[in-house]
Design a protein around this ligand. Structure first.
Ligand code: GLP
Length: 244
């Protein structure tokens, strides 16, 4: 794992957007997996702008969504689906065949997990995974206590996730379960970027980088990834012992 500290969220997001652009330029059929949420919002915006400006051809890339709230339909503006539609798919006119997101309304969620695992394997694995960190150390919906060996799975949401998660919804939502790629997917991804910005994430960032590697704090798995990069701004780095 490497830690990269940026002056602010703008420069952090520019660097993350460039990672996607550079990858797709080098490998047009790249597989990119991303988290939604507040953290990658600016990265998505800059990615869209740069793709248009540099006329990057995305026609052969594959986009995989990291997670979704179980029971929340895609048209709900708090869903991960809605986020990606608006932040990436619509502005860049990605075709449906390139996009793979969890259907959180599927009758058989186990099958939905198998489907996402299969797509990931068939595409040759994830080239670049971009994740955020929850206020309990979760990645995607890999909640505290989750196995590091899981592929896609359905999970009961942690109390913190349920409370914090309301920030995405205009009308309060019933959040009980999540459906998510697992930490085995993260370990097998060729490169992983964990993004965090702002003082509110400083405690989570410290535990991710300087804490014990434990499934009680899932983001600590980043320490084990040979091509794992924790990309943070100065505010999120505020509590680190070692900033070099
Ligand atoms: C959410 C999502 C994660 C996301 C994390 C942080 O609940 N399940 O995929 O990365 O929490 O979200 P934010 O970037 O809004 O702080």
């Amino acid at each position: 794992m490497q830690v990269k500290i940026y002056k602010d969220n703008q420069s952090l997001s520019e660097a993350a957007a460039n990672e996607i652009i550079d990858l797709v330029k080098k490998k047009p059929n790249a597989v990119v997996c991303m988290a939604s949420g507040d953290t990658p919002r600016l990265t998505c915006k800059l990615f869209v702008e740069k793709t248009k400006k540099e006329m990057v051809d995305l026609a052969h890339m594959t986009f995989i969504g990291l997670d979704e709230w179980v029971g929340i339909p895609p048209e709900n503006d708090g869903s991960c689906h809605y986020f990606f539609q608006n932040e990436i798919f619509k502005p860049l006119h990605l075709s449906l065949s390139q996009i793979h997101l969890f259907d959180a309304k599927a009758v058989n969620l186990e099958e939905e997990c198998k489907k996402m695992d299969k797509i990931t394997f068939e595409k040759g694995g994830i080239d670049l995974m971009i994740v955020g960190i929850g206020m309990n150390g979760h990645i995607g919906f890999n909640e505290p206590g989750v196995s590091f060996e899981n592929y896609a799975h359905v999970i009961d949401l942690d109390e913190t996730t349920v409370t914090v998660g309301q920030k995405y919804f205009k009308i309060p939502a019933t959040l009980q379960k999540g459906i998510t790629l697992g930490l085995k997917h993260l370990q097998e991804s060729k490169k992983v970027l964990l993004l965090a910005n702002g003082t509110k994430k400083a405690g989570m960032v410290k535990k991710t980088i300087e804490g014990e590697i434990t499934n009680a704090f899932p983001a600590s798995i980043m320490q084990m990834h040979p091509r794992g990069f924790v990309m943070i701004d100065e505010e999120a780095a505020g509590l680190l012992e070692n900033k070099n």
